[in-house]
Design a protein around this ligand. Structure first.
Ligand code: PLP
Length: 376
């Protein structure tokens, strides 16, 4: 038992312990069948996950990064094409675009939601712009209606980065069901996590699904016959078996995250005029809160690092998602951006702090976190 006064940032054991026997059984089944690569549990999980997202097809891949890369490629996006991407995302979004051979064009975010600002995106569309990778950051979807209008106006392909938004909903759409394809990650700490790396691309387009199955499997639609320049990127059958056991619990876990967020919202409300402001939720129950992120404004007596230290001293673990926007990362200098290009993203990166968030986080723990922030 962890003591009440220690609040970890995430705790995966809480969700796995009750499923221990079922997960063992799923692993044993794969071992007995011996179909470790592209096996039965993978096919079953692919269908189940796609169906949960409200689309027909799912294609399991090795990671969320590969899901973005292969999703773009399967939509015909590659060399010579420009793809719009938010400046404040996990770097894997940018890597996905680069691995597809396309050029990422970064876009500033809305300061309230931290989601890509489509008005800013409109300003950098060129004749080369072929797609957009909206990131459903922290578990909140970019408005599907706004996204579809935008993509329609400029004739762009949408490849959703839904790595933080499994079963997230907004305006009647599930994450991953808005664009031509949706890319998900099953990195262990995501809302649906494997026991290792994994990812999936979902789509309602049968041809795109076919291309994806070939691309992830050496570009071979049938054995030893290669029609595409593919790679080796598959979701292991054992991982799919584990995910199959976890999937039926996902919407309840998401609900618990949403309830935890509501409690945080209530506790932090009085601090709004002091400069502590949670990232805004315009999706109500549809926000699946992969992360609960607050903004520590300049008017607050302590800066973000100090707040993180002070909370750490009380046993409260926090995170920063993410401390440096993509355009200021040393490895991405060649993209040609500089400090000041995306002021909203830059401010946000300096002020945000992610509070403990996972299904199983108790109301007492949330109260403790809230009270300690209030005491600062
Ligand atoms: C985790 C994540 C990814 C990458 O997923 P991996 O499985 O780690 O490759 C991509 N985009 C976002 C927004 C993520 O949070």
């Amino acid at each position: 038992m962890t003591s009440l006064k220690t609040v970890p940032f995430v705790d995966l054991k809480i969700q796995h312990e009750p499923l221990h026997k079922e997960i063992d059984q799923a692993i044993q089944t794969v071992i007995q069948r011996g179909d470790f690569v592209l096996g039965q549990a993978l096919r079953e999980f692919e269908s189940a996950f796609a169906q949960a997202c409200g689309v027909e097809y799912g294609v399991g891949v090795a990671s969320g990064t590969d899901a973005i890369t292969l999703g773009l490629k399967a939509c015909g996006i590659g060399s010579g094409d420009e793809v719009l991407v938010p400046a404040n995302t996990f770097i894997a979004t940018v890597i996905g675009v680069l691995q597809a051979g396309a050029t990422p064009i970064l876009v500033d975010c809305d300061p309230e939601t931290a989601l890509i600002d489509l008005n800013q995106a409109a300003k950098v569309v060129t004749t080369k712009t072929k797609g957009i990778v909206p990131v459903h950051l922290y578990g909140q979807m970019v408005s599907p209606r706004a996204l579809l209008d935008f993509a329609g106006a400029y004739n762009l392909i949408i490849v959703e980065d839904a790595a933080q938004a499994h079963l997230g909903q907004r305006e009647g759409y599930y994450a991953g069901s808005v664009g031509s394809v949706g890319a998900f990650s099953f990195y262990p700490s995501k809302n649906l996590g494997a026991f290792g790396n994994g990812g999936i691309v979902v789509t309602r387009d049968e041809d795109i699904a076919k291309t994806l199955r070939s691309l992830r499997n050496y570009g071979a639609p049938s054995k030893y016959y290669h029609t595409e320049l593919g790679i080796n990127s598959r979701l292991d059958t054992i991982q799919a078996g584990i995910l199959q056991v976890k999937l039926p619990h996902l919407s309840q876990w998401n609900q618990l995250r949403n309830e935890a967020a509501k409690q945080y919202d209530e506790l932090l409300k009085p601090l709004e005029n002091k400069g502590i402001v949670p990232i805004k939720n315009y999706s109500e129950e549809g926000h699946v809160y992969h992360l609960y992120v607050i903004r520590i404004g300049q008017e607050f007596p302590f800066n973000r690092e100090k707040v993180q230290d002070l909370l750490g001293n009380k046993g409260i673990q926090t995170g920063i998602h993410y401390p440096i926007p993509c355009h200021l990362q040393p490895a991405y200098k060649a993209l040609g951006y500089q400090l000041g290009d995306f002021p909203n993203a830059e401010d946000l990166c300096q002020q945000i702090l992610s509070l403990p968030m996972y299904p199983g986080l108790s109301t007492e723990q949330i109260e403790w976190v809230g009270s300690q922030i209030s005491l600062l």
